[in-house]
Design a protein around this ligand. Sequence first.
Ligand SMILES: Cc1cc2nc3c(=O)[nH]c(=O)nc-3n(C[C@H](O)[C@H](O)[C@H](O)COP(=O)(O)OP(=O)(O)OC[C@H]3O[C@@H](n4cnc5c(N)ncnc54)[C@H](O)[C@@H]3O)c2cc1C
Length: 266
Amino acid sequence: MEGSGPRVVAVGAGLAGLGAAQRLRGHGSLRLLEAAARVGGRVCTRPFGTGGEEFFQPPLPERKAQAIRNLGFGTNNKIFLEFEQPFWEPEQQLLEVVWEDESPLEEPDADLEANWFKKLIGFVVLQPPEHGHVLCGFIAGKESEHMETLSDAEVLSAMTHVLRTMTGNPDLPAPRSVLRSRWHSAPYTRGSYSYVAVGSSGDDIDVLAQPLPEDPRDPRPLQLLFAGEATHRTFYSTTHGALLSGWREAERLNQLFQAPVPAPQS
Ligand SMILES: Cc1cc2nc3c(=O)[nH]c(=O)nc-3n(C[C@H](O)[C@H](O)[C@H](O)COP(=O)(O)OP(=O)(O)OC[C@H]3O[C@@H](n4cnc5c(N)ncnc54)[C@H](O)[C@@H]3O)c2cc1C
């Protein structure tokens, strides 16, 4: 959208950026910048995680930088396994994994290389089967980040081991292909979604969402606004949180652009 009037630059065409662009009511010009090859951000293929405080020059105020440091940003990956034939029942929706030698009362084994696959919570059976016999596994945390350093062959071999152990069938055919996300290594994402880490609170989210300049008595107009799932106090880490945050910031700008321009002071 080009035109005269105020200029708005939105950085990132994830749900938050797209939502903001959708709701801005044609005041002035809008430019939407996206670093990746396609729009959609995390709903699409693979940013609060992408730069945090070091992204900004001049640096963010310390209060905001501290809020970013306080909040957590973790990794959750999907592993898609395609099989020649299903080994599960037609009505089966989930295959969940429980390791007999583990207890929720004990710290899990810290040897990531040997045990990363034990963090896998299980598999969802993808429907409909006419599109292929596909299981989708979920793995989060440091183990998920370790998985990203492995080759497809290593992941496929570990998953085959898990499935053969689960079913008690040492001859279970290996999947014929594997496809997985690598959110932690993706340069414009660097993780999956934010969380309220130990020591942080919803107040950090509110500080992060605060536009700059923060002080309402500051005579300068709003210069920098913050959207994205990590800025929504109730629905952080979700698609709807991202979208609502984009709408929230668009509405802030709409109101700003509609407000009568204050008469210059003598
Ligand atoms: C594996 C996984 C499962 C999920 N499951 C669910 C679910 O079941 N339900 C749910 O509600 N949510 C889920 N989510 C979360 C949801 O996808 C995200 O919260 C939401 O999409 C985030 O949108 P966003 O606009 O805040 O950020 P993003 O989607 O990350 O968008 C940010 C955009 O900015 C771009 N960008 C980054 N740096 C720059 C730069 N320097 N210049 C220009 N562009 C830049 C990025 O490329 C990206 O397109 C899941 C996420 C993952 C990863």
